[in-house]
Write a protein that binds this ligand. Structure first.
Ligand SMILES: Cc1cc2nc3c(=O)[nH]c(=O)nc-3n(C[C@H](O)[C@H](O)[C@H](O)COP(=O)(O)OP(=O)(O)OC[C@H]3O[C@@H](n4cnc5c(N)ncnc54)[C@H](O)[C@@H]3O)c2cc1C
Length: 465
C-alpha cells in the first residue's frame, strides 16, 4: 500500500520550489512578501502570505479616520493589489509546529488543512495592552484597527447628538466629557484630533456650548509624547491646552465603570467615553509558541532570526537597538516593521542561495504627530518642527510612506478637500459594538469572524446590552 506523504517528509528545497510563508499582512509582512517576490524567482520559491485581514492597515492615520477626516478604506492597502506572485490567504494562524514545519490555520468557515513551510516569517504585529484595570475590557474604546476607529468616530458624534437632546444637565455633562488614557503618540494624536472634531462640529448642535465640551488626557508619565522628547512634549501640551484640553500627568486609571472612570488621584469623572491607548503587546499566537521572549516580543538575533528556518519582524519581534545606548529593543513602530520586513526577506532569500544575509540596523528617523487643525509637532531626522511646518512634514511623510499609489492619491485628494470643506460628520453605523471590543483577543478585529454591519452604538461604550 502506498504510504501517504506526511507534511514533514516532503522533498527538500532544491528538488522543488521552497515553500515560504509569511504570517501577517501588516508593515513587516507586506514588505517581506514584496521583497521576496523581487529576490526569489518563481522556480525557486512558492510564496504565501496568511493574514487575518485582506489589507495592510496604515495605522498612523487611524486618528484621522476616528476624527472623520479620512474614510476607513483610504488607509486600507489591499494585499492582493500590491502583491503579484504571492498567494494571499485570509485566515488566522493558531499554532506553529516547528518539528513538522506546519502551521495550524483557521479561516472564517473553520479550520483548513495544515500549511507546510520550508521558511516562515512571523509578522503578527501587536494588540492593545489592557493592564489588569477593572472594567477596561468592558468599557474602554481602542484605536488599533479600522473597525475601532470607525466605531470611535460614530460614538463621539453620537455623544454630541444625545447630549444635545438631554434634559438632565448631569447626563449632558457626562456625555460631553471625553477621556483619553495614554499620552504617547497614539493617545495624544487621537485626543487632539477628536477634540478638534467636536469643537468644529459643535455649532451644528444648537443646544451645546463650547464650554460644555470637556476633553481630559491622562498619563502616569510626567510628560506627553515621550517618544519625541521633553521639548516637543511641552510644545504639544501648549497646543492642546490652548484648545481647552485638560492634561493630568502622573495619574492612572484605577477602574472603569458603566458611566464613569476612577483615577489614582481619588477623582471620579462621569463619562460615557474612555479611549484606551496605553501601548501594545504581541497577540496571543506569540505567547502560545513558547519561544524565548523579551517583554512579550519574540527575542530575535541581529539577523531577525528565531531558529532554523524561522524569522520574525515588526511589533511581534524584539531586536536589540544598538543606537539606544542601553540594552533596549527597537520600538514597535511602522518605521522599523517595514524595514525589518525587507531584511527578513533578504535573509530568507539568502538561506535559499539568493543573495547574502544582512543584519538589521536602523537609526530612528524621528516621529511626527498631527494634532488636528493646523497644528503638529515633528522631529524628522533630528530637525525640530512645530505648527504648520510640522503639519506639512507629517502629511508629506505619510504620503511618501504609504505603500500604494492608489491610496496615496485618494488620501491626498481628501486632504485637499478638507482644506476647503468640513469633513462629512455622519454616523454610518456600520460597526456593531461587539465588533469594536478592544482588539486584544482576536488578532484581526474587523476581519475573520467580525461582523461589520448593524447599528451604531446607542451611545454606550462597548458594555453588554
Ligand atoms: C493609532 C496608531 C498610530 C500609529 N502611528 C505610528 C506612526 O506615526 N509612526 C510609526 O512608525 N508607527 C506608528 N504606529 C505603530 C505601527 O502601526 C506599528 O508599529 C506597525 O503597524 C507594526 O507593523 P507590524 O507589521 O509588526 O504589525 P501590523 O501592521 O499590526 O500587522 C500585523 C498583521 O498580522 C495579522 N495577524 C495578527 N495575528 C495573526 C495571526 N495569528 N494569523 C494571521 N495574521 C495575523 C494582523 O491582522 C495584521 O494584518 C501607530 C499605531 C497605531 C495603532
Amino acid at each position: 500500500m502506498r504510504r501517504r506523504r506526511a507534511a514533514g517528509d516532503r522533498p527538500a528545497p532544491g528538488q522543488r520550489p521552497a515553500v515560504v510563508v509569511v504570517v501577517g499582512g501588516g508593515f513587516a509582512g507586506l514588505f517581506a512578501a514584496r521583497t521576496l517576490e523581487r529576490l526569489l524567482p518563481p522556480e525557486a520559491a512558492d510564496l504565501t502570505l496568511i493574514s487575518a485581514t485582506d489589507h495592510l492597515c496604515y495605522s498612523p492615520l487611524l486618528p484621522e479616520v476616528a476624527a472623520g477626516r479620512l474614510d476607513p478604506r483610504r488607509i486600507a492597502v489591499p494585499l492582493r493589489a500590491v502583491l503579484h506572485r504571492t498567494r494571499v490567504v485570509q485566515a488566522s494562524v493558531e499554532d506553529v509546529d516547528f518539528g513538522r514545519r506546519t502551521l495550524r490555520v483557521v479561516a472564517d468557515h473553520g479550520p483548513v488543512d495544515p500549511v507546510h513551510w520550508d521558511r516562515v516569517a512571523l509578522t503578527t504585529g501587536s494588540v492593545t495592552r489592557t493592564l489588569p484595570t477593572p472594567g477596561v475590557a468592558t468599557y474602554a474604546l481602542g484605536l488599533k484597527t479600522l473597525v475601532e476607529a470607525q466605531y470611535l468616530h460614530d460614538h463621539v458624534l453620537r455623544q454630541l447628538e444625545l447630549a444635545d437632546g438631554a434634559r438632565d444637565p448631569v447626563e449632558r455633562r457626562a456625555r460631553l466629557t471625553f477621556v483619553a488614557v495614554g499620552a504617547g503618540y497614539t493617545g495624544t494624536e487621537t485626543a487632539a484630533q477628536l477634540q478638534h472634531m467636536t469643537t468644529t462640529q459643535r455649532d451644528r448642535f444648537p443646544r451645546l456650548r463650547s464650554e460644555d465640551l470637556r476633553w481630559v488626557l491622562i498619563d502616569v508619565a510626567p510628560t506627553i509624547l515621550p517618544e519625541l522628547g521633553a521639548r516637543f512634549g511641552r510644545a504639544a501640551m501648549q497646543v492642546v491646552r490652548a484648545r481647552g484640553m485638560e492634561i493630568r500627568l502622573g495619574t492612572s486609571v484605577t477602574a472603569m465603570h458603566h458611566r464613569s472612570v476612577s483615577l489614582s488621584d481619588g477623582d471620579t469623572l462621569p463619562t460615557h467615553t474612555v479611549v484606551w491607548t496605553v501601548g501594545v503587546t504581541p497577540p496571543p499566537l506569540v505567547r502560545h509558541l513558547g519561544l524565548p521572549v523579551r517583554r512579550g516580543r519574540l527575542a530575535v538575533d541581529d539577523h531577525l532570526q528565531l531558529r532554523d528556518g524561522v524569522w520574525a519582524a515588526g511589533d511581534s519581534a524584539a531586536a536589540r537597538d544598538p543606537f539606544s545606548g542601553t540594552d533596549a529593543d527597537y520600538p514597535p513602530t511602522a518605521q522599523h516593521a517595514q524595514r525589518q520586513g525587507v531584511v527578513i526577506a533578504r535573509n530568507i532569500a539568502a538561506s535559499l542561495g539568493h543573495g547574502s544575509p544582512r543584519t538589521y540596523r536602523h537609526r530612528d528617523l524621528g516621529l511626527v504627530a498631527d494634532l488636528g487643525g493646523a497644528s503638529g509637532v515633528a522631529r524628522p531626522l533630528g530637525l525640530p518642527l512645530t505648527g504648520p511646518a510640522a503639519k506639512v512634514v507629517t502629511k508629506g511623510y505619510h504620503l511618501y510612506a504609504l505603500p500604494s499609489a492608489a491610496n496615496r492619491l485618494r488620501i491626498g485628494a481628501d486632504w485637499l478637500t478638507n482644506l476647503v470643506s468640513r469633513p462629512i460628520a455622519a454616523q454610518v453605523g456600520l460597526v456593531e459594538p461587539e465588533a469594536a471590543r478592544l482588539a486584544r483577543e482576536q488578532p484581526g478585529a474587523g476581519a475573520v469572524g467580525h461582523p461589520v454591519t448593524g447599528s451604531a452604538s446607542d451611545g454606550e461604550p462597548i458594555a453588554p446590552a
